[in-house]
Design a protein around this ligand. Structure first.
Ligand SMILES: [Zn+2]
Ligand SMILES: [Zn+2]
Length: 289
C-alpha cells in the first residue's frame, strides 16, 4: 500500500524545476554545438555516445544490473556502472528501481512511464513532472535490494553527476569548449532521446513477435539508435535474456559485445533466449496435440 501511494504521487503534476532547467539548458547547448562542427568533435561525441549509451546504459544499467542477463567480475560491473553515469539518467540504483517497476507493472497505473498516460508523458513528462527519478530509499530497498547492499553502488548512485563533469574537463583539455559542446551536451541530448524513445515509441510503434500482456514493440529504428535496445517486445517477453535481437536481421550491438566479453572471459553465466530452441521444444507438444 505504501508503494502504491508513492507511485500515485509519482504521477503528480508537480514540475521538477531543477531537472527541467537542466534539460532545457543542455538542449540549448546541444544546438550551440551544431555551429562548431569539426571531425575531432564528432569523434569525441561518437566515443562518449558509445561508452555512455551502449556500455553504460544498455549493457550495464539495463542488461547486467536490472535483469542479471550475465555476470561480470565486480570491478568490470563497477566500470560499466560508471560508464552509465556518463549518460546522466540518474544513478544505477535509481534507474534499476524505476525499470524493475516498469517491468512489474507495465501499462498499469503503477508503470512510471506508459504511453497510455500520454506519449509526451512516456517520453520525458515522467522525468520533468514525476518523482520516479528520485526514488525513495524504501522503494529502492524493495526493488533493488541487491544493489543497496553494495557500498560502491550506493556511493556512485549518489554522485552520478560527477562523471559527466570529469569527462567534460578532460574533453576541454583535449579540444576546448567546442569539444565539450559535442562530447557532453549534443551527445547527451541524442542519448537521452534515444533512451526515452524506448519508453515511448517502442510501446507504440513496431511489430510484435510475442503476445505479451503489454504494448511493447520491436522497432528497428530505435534499435539502431540504442545499440539494440529497440527489440523491446522480445525484451518484455524474455526480460532476463541478455540477447534482445532474436532473428538474424535484428541487429543487436549490445548483445554482440556481451558475446565478445564472454569470449575473453569477462562475461559469465550469459543467459540468451533463442528462437530455435523454442521451436525444438514446442515441436513435440504440437505433435502430441
Ligand atoms: Zn518497456
Ligand atoms: Zn528491461
Amino acid at each position: 500500500m505504501q508503494n502504491v501511494l508513492q507511485f500515485q504521487q509519482a504521477k503528480s503534476n508537480k514540475i521538477q524545476w531543477v531537472t527541467l532547467s537542466a534539460v532545457i539548458i543542455i538542449h540549448l547547448l546541444a544546438v550551440w554545438a551544431l555551429f562548431t562542427f569539426s571531425w575531432q568533435n564528432l569523434l569525441a561525441a561518437a566515443i562518449t555516445w558509445w561508452v555512455a549509451g551502449s556500455w553504460g546504459i544498455g549493457m550495464g544499467y539495463h542488461r547486467l544490473l536490472t535483469h542479471g542477463g550475465y555476470k561480470t567480475p565486480k570491478w568490470f560491473e563497477y566500470f560499466l556502472t560508471v560508464c552509465g553515469t556518463l549518460g546522466l539518467q540518474s544513478g544505477a540504483i535509481t534507474w534499476v528501481t524505476t525499470h524493475r517497476i516498469h517491468h512489474a507493472f507495465t501499462e498499469t497505473e503503477n508503470d512510471p512511464h506508459t504511453p497510455r498516460d500520454g506519449t509526451f508523458w512516456a517520453h520525458v513528462g515522467w522525468i520533468l513532472q514525476g518523482t520516479a527519478q528520485n526514488q525513495t530509499e524504501a522503494t529502492m530497498r524493495r526493488y533493488a535490494p541487491d544493489l543497496m547492499k553494495d557500498k560502491f553502488h550506493l556511493f556512485v548512485n549518489k554522485y552520478y553527476y560527477v562523471t559527466p563533469i570529469v569527462v567534460g574537463v578532460i574533453l576541454f583539455a583535449i579540444g576546448g569548449w567546442s569539444m565539450v559542446l559535442w562530447g557532453i551536451f549534443l551527445r547527451q541530448v541524442i542519448g537521452w532521446h534515444s533512451t526515452w524513445l524506448v519508453n515511448s515509441a517502442t510501446h507504440l510503434w513496431g511489430t510484435r513477435r510475442f503476445e505479451t500482456h503489454d504494448d511493447s514493440r520491436n522497432n528497428g529504428l530505435i534499435a539502431a539508435l540504442t545499440f539494440g535496445e529497440g527489440w523491446h517486445n522480445n525484451h518484455h517477453a524474455n526480460p532476463r535474456s541478455a540477447k534482445h535481437g532474436l532473428a538474424w536481421y535484428e541487429f543487436d550491438v549490445n548483445w554482440l559485445q556481451i558475446k565478445a566479453l564472454e569470449k575473453i572471459g569477462l562475461a559469465k553465466k550469459v543467459y540468451a533466449y533463442e528462437l530455435e530452441k523454442e521451436k525444438v521444444q514446442a515441436e513435440p507438444l504440437r505433435e502430441a496435440a
